[in-house]
Design a protein around this ligand. Sequence first.
Ligand code: NAP
Length: 247
Amino acid sequence: MSETKRAAIVTGGSRGIGQAVCLALAEQGVNVVVNYAGSAAAAEETAALCREKGVEAIAVQASVADAAQVDALFEKAVETFGKVDILVNNAGITKDNLIVRISEEDFDAVLDTNLKGAFLCCKKAARIMMRQRWGRIVNISSVVGLRGNPGQTNYSASKAGVIGLTKSLARELSSRHVTVNAVAPGFIDTDMTRVLPEAARTAILSQVPLGTFGQPEDVARAVAFFAAEESGYLTGQVLCVDGGMAM
Ligand code: NAP
């Protein structure tokens, strides 16, 4: 068990933004629990890359949408590292469609992973961090949660919900030195956006003042900033990492 280093849980740490967040935290000397839903090999690979940076890291399968699995994830983290100092709620999915075509099932699936998942993990982390009188929670929202996007009513509702969750929880936990912030990425080059048709990618780029997609590392830097030891006077904030899209 490691007592000196900070310990983080990063949900959806196997790929994309989550993987970059795991590596950025490891770079800061933080031990990492790499959570994933189904990509065991990718999660093990992320954990191995973290260990190469001189920290301890384990991969743990759990769906954030399932309360019992979230309980088991936190139990494993505490059993391994003795604490949870940092929680990054990054796991997320899309099931895009126009509202007249979107099924109730697809609406629920996106809300269950993106919003209820963050809620379940925050609830577990809050208890631990309040006891520790120290904690950093960083929730991954999206510019789509701020400005909306046609074909993404479910996703945008979930990401707007994440901002409300962030601000309310920031107020609830402030007296215990637990900060809660959100990062709202714009369009980042990951599996999630690679599935978009070329026409959609071109249309998106025309809305980005800086004219390019962002990289997972751009978002990870912002997350690591909120998670840092020195960021204790920042709470309830939403930082857009979006090439200027939402301004
Ligand atoms: P991604 O490449 O599709 O990766 C998604 C990650 O979430 C994977 O690690 C996946 O695990 C995990 N995941 C999905 N459902 C899960 C569940 N129920 N329980 C636990 N983990 C689960 O996505 P990304 O682009 O990196 O996005 C990461 C976050 O940033 C998401 O919240 C997304 O909404 C947000 N975001 C992304 C963009 C963008 O442009 N890419 C923009 C704004 C916001 P497996 O590998 O095991 O499937």
